[in-house]
Design a protein around this ligand. Structure first.
Ligand code: ADP
Ligand code: MG
Length: 610
C-alpha cells in the first residue's frame, strides 16, 4: 500500500518521532540533550536563513540568543513578569538591535557585517558579565518555568515538547518564507543582487529583514534556554558559541533549513561524547575535545562541502522515501505550483503600451567613464514603440555599458536618458524596471540551484505585493499561484514550458539566455533590452527567437538588441546603431549599414558583415 506523499516525507517522520519521545520513559539525560539540541537548532535555523541562504556571515547569533535569555531572565526575576511577556520583550530587544546594527552595516557589503557582528558579540558578552543588574559573571538564577495551558514546564521532559514545537514552527515558517516572492528575493541575495534589483526588488531591505529574522529566532532560542536552564550567565553567549552556531549550520548544510537540526545534533552529541571519552582515552584532562572537534569538522567538510543534509537526502531518495525536500535543486514544493493553478485564472493586467511609433527611449550625449577609459562617449540615439533596433559593434565598443546606463545598473558620467519623456538617468534600476524597461544580461545572471520556473518568477516580483510575514504564514498562496502561473506562461511563450522544473544551472547556456528573456517578460515591459540573446543558440532556436521578437514587436513593444550574429540582426531589426570605442559611428537601416564605409572599417578583421 502506498502511503500519501506527505506521510512519507522525512519531515513528518521526524516530528512524529520527536512527538512520541516525551511519552517514553527515557533517561532524563536524553531529554536534556534533546533540549539543548533543539534550542541550538532554533538559533541555527536563523543562521541558515541569514548565512546559508542570504549569504551574510554573522558571528553574532549567540549574542542575540543572550539578549533573548537575559531579557526574560531580568523581567521574570526582578520584575516578576510572566515568561510570555519576557519572550515578547526579548523579541523586541533583539529585533530592535538587529534593525539598528543591520541598518548601519548590511548595506556595507563585504567584510563589514561579519566584523560588526564580532564587535557586537564581544561587547554584549562583556556587558552581560559586568552589569550589576545582569548579575555580573555569576549571572541570574531563580528564573521561573514557563507555564502553558495550566502546565508548569519544569522538567526536561515537559520542556522537550515546547522546544521541539518551537523548532517545528521555525522550520515551517522559514520554509514557507523561502518558498515565496519574498523568499525568492532572499535566495537571490547571495550572488544575484544586481539581477534582483533589475527585477525591481529592494535588496538592501531584504538583507536587513533577513538579519532581523535571524535575530528573532536567536531570541526565541535564548528564551527557551533561560527557562530550561532556569538561570543564565554570560558564558553560553560568547563569540566562541557564535562560531559554534556557524559550524552547526555549515556541518548540517548551510543552505538547508533541515540541516540546522542535523548540524546542532551532530555537533552537540559529538561534543558530549568527546568530553566524556577523550580524557579517559588519553589519560589526562585538557581541552582535547576542541582539537578533535576541529579535525572532525574539517574531515566532514572535506567529504561533503555542502554539509550532511544533502548526503542524508540522497540516502532517503535512494530508498524512494521522501521525495519532498525543498531547496535541493530548487525543486521546492512551491515550484510545482502550476498544478494548482486555480481554474478560470484571469490574466494579470498589463500596462498600456505607448502608441506604435511613439518615441519611447531617448539617449542624449550619454557618457560613461571608468577612470581614464571612456566606455560610452556621448552616445545619441532614439527608440520607438513597435521597433526592433540593433546595437552592434566590436567587442569592447561599450554596448553592454550602454545597457547598464539605460537600466540604472551604472550611473552616467554625464548626459541624459529619457524614457517616455521622463528622465531616468538618475534613477536606480528598481525604479526603471517599474516604469517598464526590462533587460537580460550578457553574462547570464540566474540562480543555478533554483528551478527554471522560480528563476523566471523573480521577474514577476513587481507584479505581486505580499511580504515576508504573509509568506511565512502562507496567506500569500493566491498571489503566489498567480505569479507562478505568470512565470509559467512566459516560459511557454519562449518555448521552454517543458523545462520548468529543472534546475536553471543544468540548462545549456543558450537556454539560460532564453530563460532571462522570459524573466524579463514577466516584468511586463514596454521596452526590452537584450544583450546577446542568440549567443549559443542553434539555428532552429535562433529562428524561434526571431519569431518571438517579431511577435513582441507586433504587440507594440520596443526592443533594443545587442547581437554579434549579423544574419540574425540584419534579418530581424528595423534599424541599427553602430558603436566603436564608445562612439556612435553609424546608424540606419540594415541595408545602409551593410555598405557604410565606417562600419566596414570598424569590422575589418572582426566579425564579417553578412
Ligand atoms: P561591449 O559590450 O560592447 O563588448 P562593454 O560595454 O562591456 O563592451 O565594455 C566597454 C569598455 O568598458 C571595455 O573596454 C570594458 O573593459 C570597459 N568596462 C566595462 N565595464 C567596466 C567596469 N565596470 N569597470 C571598468 N571598465 C569597464
Ligand atoms: Mg557586451
Amino acid at each position: 500500500m502506498m502511503l500519501p506523499r506527505w506521510i512519507r516525507s522525512p519531515a513528518v517522520l521526524f516530528f512524529v518521532v520527536m512527538g512520541l519521545l516525551p511519552l517514553l520513559p527515557a533517561p532524563p539525560f536524553w531529554y536534556t540533550m534533546g533540549n539543548y539540541i533543539g534550542v541550538a537548532a532554533v538559533a541555527v535555523i536563523g543562521l541558515v536563513l541569514l548565512t546559508g541562504v542570504a549569504g551574510m556571515t554573522s558571528f553574532g547569533q549567540a549574542a542575540f540568543v543572550g539578549l533573548g535569555a537575559y531579557a526574560t531572565a531580568v523581567l521574570c526575576t526582578a520584575q516578576g513578569w510572566s515568561p510570555w511577556l519576557g519572550l515578547l520583550a526579548g523579541l523586541l530587544l533583539s529585533g530592535g538591535s538587529a534593525a539598528l546594527i543591520g541598518a548601519i552595516t548590511v548595506r556595507l557589503s563585504g567584510h563589514f557585517l561579519p566584523l560588526a557582528t564580532i564587535a557586537w558579540a564581544l561587547s554584549l558578552y562583556y556587558l552581560f558579565g559586568t552589569v550589576e543588574l545582569l548579575g555580573k559573571y555569576d549571572g541570574l538564577s531563580g528564573i521561573p518555568p514557563i507555564s502553558l495551558l495550566g502546565f508548569e514546564l519544569d522538567t526536561p521532559r515537559s520542556m522537550f515538547a515546547l522546544i521541539w514545537l518551537a523548532v517545528l514552527l521555525c522550520v515551517v515558517l522559514t520554509r514557507n518564507l523561502l518558498d515565496s516572492r519574498a523568499g525568492r528575493t532572499i535566495r537571490a541575495l547571495h550572488g544575484g543582487a544586481v539581477m534582483a534589483e533589475a527585477m525591481g526588488a529592494n535588496t538592501a531591505r531584504y538583507k536587513l529583514a533577513s538579519f532581523i529574522c535571524a535575530a528573532l529566532m536567536a531570541s526565541v532560542a535564548g528564551w527557551l534556554y533561560a527557562h530550561l536552564q532556569r538561570s543564565v550567565s554570560a558564558a553560553p553567549f560568547g563569540l566562541n558559541v557564535g562560531i559554534e552556531y556557524l559550524f552547526m549550520a555549515v556541518i548540517g548544510g548551510v543552505a538547508h533549513v533541515w540541516g540546522a537540526i542535523i548540524g546542532a545534533g551532530v555537533l552537540l552529541l559529538l561534543k558530549a561524547v568527546l568530553q566524556d571519552w577523550l580524557p579517559q582515552l588519553l589519560g589526562s584532562v585538557g581541552s582535547f575535545e576542541t582539537v578533535a572537534f576541529g579535525v572532525i569538522i574539517i574531515l566532514v567538510l572535506q567529504r561533503s562541502s555542502r554539509g550532511l543534509w544533502p548526503v542524508l537526502l540522497r540516502l532517503f531518495k535512494q530508498d524512494g522515501v521522501g521525495q519532498e525536500d525543498g531547496q535541493e535543486n530548487g525543486k521546492k514544493s512551491g515550484a510545482r505550483a502550476p498544478a494548482v493553478e486555480p481554474a478560470g485564472f484571469a490574466a494579470m493586467p498589463v500596462r498600456a503600451k505607448p502608441a506604435r511609433g511613439e518615441c519611447i527611449l531617448q539617449v542624449r550625449r550619454a557618457r560613461k567613464q571608468f577612470g581614464g577609459l571612456v566606455a560610452v562617449n556621448d552616445m545619441e540615439f532614439e527608440l520607438h514603440a513597435g521597433e526592433i533596433v540593433g546595437l552592434i559593434g566590436p567587442n569592447g565598443a561599450g554596448k553592454s555599458t550602454m545597457f547598464n546606463l539605460i537600466t540604472g545598473v551604472l550611473p552616467v558620467t554625464s548626459g541624459e536618458i529619457f524614457y517616455q519623456g521622463q528622465r531616468i538617468d538618475s534613477r536606480n534600476s528598481r525604479e526603471i524596471v517599474r516604469r517598464g524597461v526590462a533587460r537580460t544580461f550578457q553574462h547570464v545572471r540566474l540562480m543555478p540551484e533554483m528551478s527554471v520556473l522560480e528563476n523566471v518568477a523573480i521577474g514577476a516580483y513587481l507584479r505581486g505585493r505580499s511580504g515576508m510575514l504573509s509568506a511565512a504564514l502562507r496567506t500569500n498562496r493566491d498571489e503566489e499561484a498567480r505569479l507562478l502561473h505568470l512565470a509559467a506562461e512566459q516560459l511557454r511563450r519562449v518555448g521552454m514550458g517543458e523545462l520548468m522544473y529543472q534546475a536553471a544551472g543544468s540548462l545549456a547556456l543558450g537556454q539560460q539566455r532564453i530563460l532571462e528573456i522570459a524573466r524579463a517578460l514577466c516584468t511586463d515591459p514596454a521596452l526590452l533590452l537584450l544583450d546577446e540573446p542568440a549567443a549559443g543558440l542553434r539555428l532552429k532556436e535562433k529562428q524561434a527567437l526571431a519569431t518571438l521578437l517579431s511577435q513582441l514587436r507586433a504587440e507594440g513593444m520596443a526592443v533594443l538588441i545587442v547581437e554579434h550574429d549579423m544574419d540574425f540582426v540584419m534579418g530581424l531589426t528595423d534599424r541599427l546603431v553602430v558603436m566603436e570605442f564608445g562612439t556612435r559611428i553609424a546608424q540606419g537601416k540594415p541595408a545602409e549599414i551593410r555598405q557604410d564605409p565606417a562600419v566596414l572599417r570598424a569590422y575589418l578583421g572582426g566579425v564579417e558583415l553578412a
